[in-house]
Design a protein around this ligand. Structure first.
Ligand SMILES: C[S@@+](CC[C@H](N)C(=O)[O-])C[C@H]1O[C@@H](n2cnc3c(N)ncnc32)[C@H](O)[C@@H]1O
Length: 440
């Protein structure tokens, strides 16, 4: 799922056989030795409001409402296995909790940085939810956390083996970080750190729970009928994938993760993340604005306040454009089973202002309907059917059959200008260096 957007639907829920609920799915393809899907007790993932069903070989699993939801209801909440901030977002000093991505700047610090105006003042400071008094740092590296709880969880789950432990430029994880930034320019949609953190978690997890969970994600690099191949299998990526693997091997060469360090295993893990990860976004200013909107003030005062906020957004737009939030990516055990539609019934939100994801009904949903989100961001959703599906095929290995795509099925097969920008995440070394210099 892209950026801070989401994923969208599958076959329209109405066309789905509502009796197709299979509570236990064994859907491994024979040759997927590394990631063989175990039998999953899908019923175990049920909840009061939804259940997970196995649909068919092509689509795999999906999540279905078991009760009626009204527009605005929170349908599902999930916490990730791993989260990481985008490399460039961090490089540009967007301060977020290393564990949960909660914004660490106060709203005022946030707008001062984004507007490059160090004298800007925000009224009603009580509306800022940032709690600097709770923030803690790693003893050895620059990692910052929103609370002692996040610091401890990060340390136990992965940080004890990923901490920079100093500023040595030859540190394998630093080299990997620099290489990633050189080949992956904003807007970022993924991060090799998610993969590294995942390997660290597997290495440190004596109960093998993480490795088992990994086997539950769809992970093949081609579609079932082998007609569609993931974009990262393309020739233009082969050198980068080769180099990234070597750098990850240097950093993470632990005996119990070897199966994911072979060329085949690494590629599968890379594609697994691409097909299943969800963008996460947090912002202390946006949270502040939400609280401001709830204030009960005299109408004139409220209007003046909202005008002031509008002006600030205008300046931010002129200075940093859309590069507004702390942004990153996370891998969710349950939310990643929600399929895509170009006319989704749920929106992805972050109700706790951190990496906890919530799906909120964007319209009324009937019991039995499939829960669907959009894997495309708002701008991409406006593209032609051809453009939307080009992206979905290359990144998610399916062609969308949602009502909107079916309605547009006879439209001319034309791409929009944005298609040409599809590879904008890939940057030449020269561009990256130039940008890094600007940043320093
Ligand atoms: C994040 S996973 C969603 C859950 C997935 N169905 C599973 O079984 O784990 C994304 C993958 O689900 C499948 N998928 C999602 N939406 C789909 C749709 N509208 N039509 C067909 N396949 C879809 C694609 O294989 C895609 O790469």
């Amino acid at each position: 799922m892209n950026g801070t957007s989401t994923k969208a639907p599958i076959a329209s829920s109405s066309s789905m056989d509502q009796d197709c609920a299979v509570k236990t799915a064994a859907v491994a393809s024979e040759n997927e030795s590394i990631f063989r899907m175990n039998s999953i007790d899908l019923a175990a993932f049920g909840n009061e409001g939804y259940e997970v069903r196995y649909l068919d070989e092509k689509v795999g699993k999906g999540v279905f409402a078991t009760k009626k939801f009204s527009k605005g209801d929170l349908v599902l909440v999930d916490s990730p296995i791993v989260t990481c901030q985008f490399a460039w977002n961090k490089q540009y000093k967007y301060r977020a909790c290393e564990y949960c991505l909660r914004a660490l700047e106060t709203a005022e610090q946030n707008v001062r940085r984004l507007t490059q105006n160090q004298t800007l003042e925000l009224p009603h400071p009580e509306c800022c939810e940032t709690k600097p008094e709770l923030h803690v740092k790693c003893d050895k590296c620059p990692a910052e956390y929103c609370s002692e709880d996040c610091r401890r969880k990060a340390f136990d789950e992965y940080h004890k083996i990923l901490c920079y432990c100093g500023e040595e430029p030859q540190e394998p994880v630093r080299i990997l970080d620099e290489y990633w930034r050189k080949i992956h320019y904003p807007p970022e949609t993924g991060n090799v750190w998610l993969l590294v953190k995942l390997l660290a978690r597997i290495h440190l997890d004596s109960s093998n729970t993480i490795a088992r969970r990994l086997s539950e994600f769809c992970n093949s690099t081609t579609s079932d009928d082998e007609e569609l191949a993931h974009k990262s299998l393309g020739e233009e990526f082969s050198v980068h994938i080769h180099n990234l693997r070597e750098l990850v091997v240097n950093a993470m060469n632990y005996p119990n993760v070897q199966q994911w360090l072979t060329p085949e295993g690494f590629l599968k893990l890379f594609v697994l993340i691409g097909r299943n990860a969800q963008g996460v976004g947090t912002s202390s200013f946006a949270t502040y604005v939400e609280q401001i909107e709830k204030l009960e003030l005299h109408p004139n005062e409220k209007k003046a306040l909202l005008d002031h906020i509008d002006n600030i957004y205008g300046v931010i737009d002129a200075v940093v454009g859309h590069f507004l939030d702390n942004e990153g990516v996370a891998l969710y055990p349950l939310q990643s089973w929600v399929n895509h539609s170009c006319v989704p019934n749920c929106e992805v939100k972050f109700p706790n202002k951190n990496h906890v994801v919530g799906l909120v009904a964007s319209r009324d949903i009937e019991a039995g309907e499939e829960i669907e989100i959009s894997y495309l961001d708002l701008a991409d959703m406006q593209r032609s059917r051809y453009s939307r599906n080009k992206y979905l095929k290359e990144h998610y290995l399916f062609e969308c059959k949602c009502p909107k795509c079916m309605e547009q099925i006879n439209d001319e097969e034309i791409s929009t200008d944005e298609d040409e920008d599809d590879d904008d995440e890939d940057m030449s070394d020269a561009e990256a260096e130039e940008d890094e210099e600007m940043n320093n």
